[in-house]
Design a protein. Sequence first.
Length: 83
Amino acid sequence: MTVEEIYARLNTVFEDVFDEDIIVTPELSAADVPDWDSLKHVRLILSVEKAFHIRFAASEVGNMKNVEDLVHLIEQKSDSSQH
């Protein structure tokens, strides 16, 4: 899966979770989205896991600072699940 494909799928996930059009960029973080609270964060992570058929460890989620970190993690998890 390419980075572009990951961002395209993330756009859909973000729209579903936040019920609004959000342009997903590498720099996007919770501080940039008014409705991004702890409950939405959990829902977002669960939705991402489902969309990409991967699982995150709690420590991985805690270390994410922005969407770019999330994309890198998705790339790593997707690569390892294909081996």
